[in-house]
Design a protein around this ligand. Structure first.
Ligand code: ATP
Ligand code: MG
Length: 353
C-alpha cells in the first residue's frame, strides 16, 4: 500500500513541468524529478553528481553567494517565493530559472530539509528584454521629432502675432499633441527606470498648492475650467517637484478623461499633524468593481473596449503610485460606478518639511 503510493508520487513528480528538488538539513540534494534533471544536467552535472546545489547567478550575472541561495534561505526558515537564477555555464545555452524554496519541517516544527522548485522562464525573460529594448529605442527616437514639432509650433505662434484665430488654434493643437506624446514617451522611460529599481528623485521643500496651480494652468482651457480648488493655506512637503507635478497631472488627466464634459472636478489640499492629503474627486463613470484591484497595475485599463474608452496606455497610475511610495506616502481611491471617483494621495510631512 505504502510503496504503491510512493510510486504514484514519483510518477506525479516526474510528470511535472517544473523541476523539483529535495535537500536534507545539510543542504545536500536527496531527490530530483525528471524535469529538474533535464534542466540542470546540461549545465551542472558535476554539482548534481556531488549532490551539491548548483551555483547560480542573479539577474545581473553575479554569482549568488551560497548563504543567499534559495536552499540556504529556506533552511533558515524563509519561504522563498520568487528568485530569478541564471545558469550560465560553458556547456549549454543560458537558462533563466524562477526558483521557489520551502522548508520541510518535522512534527515538532524543526527544519529537516528543503523542497525547491525550478521553472524554466528563459523564453519569457528574453521576450521581456526584447520588449524593454524596443520601448527604449522607440521612446528615444520619438523624443527628438516631438521636441522639434513643439518648438517650431510655439516659435511660429509667438513670431506671428497677427495670425488668424483658426491658424493659432491649429498651432495650439500641435503643441498639445506634442505634449501628449512627450508625456507618453516619458511614462514609458519611467517604466523602464522602475524596472531597474527606483526612479531618480531630487527632493527639496516644495509648495504643493503651487504645483497644483501650475498643473492646472497647463491643462487645455476647457478642462481647466472644470477644476474647482477651494482656498487653502500654503501646503509644503519635502519632495521632488517635477515628480509631484507628474502625479497631480496623472490624477487630473484621469478625472477629466473618465467623466462627462462640463462635470466639475474638485481638488482639495488638506494637512494634519503628520501628513498632507491631495484629493481629486470627479463625478464621472467610476471604476467597475471587478477592475478595482488591478487599477495600479502597469498597462491595465479598466474601460478599454467600452464606450468610455479614451486615449492612454495604462501607466499613469502605476508610475504615480511608485512616485508617491518613494516619497514615503500612499495613494488610494474610492469609486462608485456612474457616480464618480475620488483619489487620495497622502504624503508625509516628515521632519524636513
Ligand atoms: N478617475 C477615474 N475614473 C474612472 N476610471 C479611472 C479613473 N482613473 C483611472 N481610471 C481607470 O484606471 C485605468 C488606469 O489608469 P491610468 O492613468 O494608469 O491609465 P490611462 O489613463 O488609461 O493611460 P495613461 O497611461 O495615459 O495615464 C484607466 O484606464 C481607467 O480605466
Ligand atoms: Mg491616466
Amino acid at each position: 500500500m505504502h510503496s504503491a503510493w510512493y510510486m504514484d508520487l514519483t510518477a506525479v513528480l516526474d510528470g511535472l513541468l517544473d523541476g523539483v528538488m529535495v535537500f536534507d538539513a545539510q543542504g545536500k540534494l536527496t531527490a530530483i524529478n525528471k524535469t529538474g534533471l533535464r534542466i540542470l544536467s546540461a549545465q551542472c552535472l558535476e554539482e548534481l553528481l556531488e549532490r551539491k546545489p548548483p551555483v547560480a547567478r542573479d539577474e545581473e550575472g553575479t554569482p549568488i553567494p551560497p548563504d543567499c541561495s534559495p536552499v540556504a534561505r529556506a533552511l533558515r526558515g524563509e519561504q522563498v517565493v520568487h528568485q530569478l537564477e541564471l545558469l550560465d555555464g560553458q556547456k549549454g545555452p543560458r537558462v533563466v530559472l524562477r526558483a521557489r524554496a520551502t522548508p520541510i519541517r518535522d512534527q515538532a516544527g524543526a527544519i529537516i530539509g528543503v523542497v525547491k522548485t525550478l521553472t524554466d522562464v528563459t523564453y519569457e525573460h528574453a521576450l521581456e528584454r526584447l520588449k524593454e529594448d524596443f520601448i527604449r529605442v522607440a521612446a528615444h527616437e520619438l523624443k527628438t521629432p516631438v521636441t522639434l514639432i513643439r518648438a517650431n509650433a510655439e516659435a511660429t505662434s509667438n513670431s506671428l502675432p497677427d495670425l488668424p484665430t483658426s491658424a493659432r488654434q491649429l498651432l495650439d493643437a500641435l503643441v498639445r499633441g506634442a505634449d501628449r506624446i512627450d508625456r507618453l514617451v516619458s511614462s514609458l522611460l519611467d517604466l523602464l527606470e522602475l524596472q531597474g529599481g527606483l526612479l531618480s528623485l531630487s527632493c527639496r521643500r516644495v509648495r504643493l498648492d503651487q504645483i497644483l496651480a501650475e498643473v492646472v494652468s497647463q491643462l487645455p482651457r476647457a478642462a481647466a475650467a472644470r477644476i474647482r480648488i477651494p482656498e487653502s493655506p500654503p501646503v509644503e512637503v519635502f519632495g521632488d517637484a517635477r515628480r509631484l507635478r507628474q502625479v497631480t497631472r496623472a490624477l487630473l488627466d484621469n478625472a477629466i478623461k473618465f467623466s462627462a464634459l462640463r462635470t466639475p472636478i474638485e481638488v482639495t489640499l488638506a494637512r494634519d499633524e503628520r501628513s498632507v492629503h491631495l484629493k481629486v474627486r470627479d463625478h464621472g463613470f467610476g471604476i467597475p468593481a471587478r477592475a478595482r484591484e488591478h487599477i495600479f497595475e502597469k498597462f491595465f485599463r479598466a474601460h478599454s473596449g467600452t464606450p468610455q474608452d479614451t486615449c492612454g496606455i495604462g501607466v499613469g497610475l502605476f508610475v504615480a503610485r511608485e512616485i508617491v511610495r518613494q516619497h514615503g506616502g500612499s495613494i488610494g481611491f474610492e469609486s462608485v460606478e456612474r457616480e464618480g471617483t475620488v483619489f487620495d494621495v497622502e504624503l508625509p510631512l516628515g521632519k524636513r518639511a
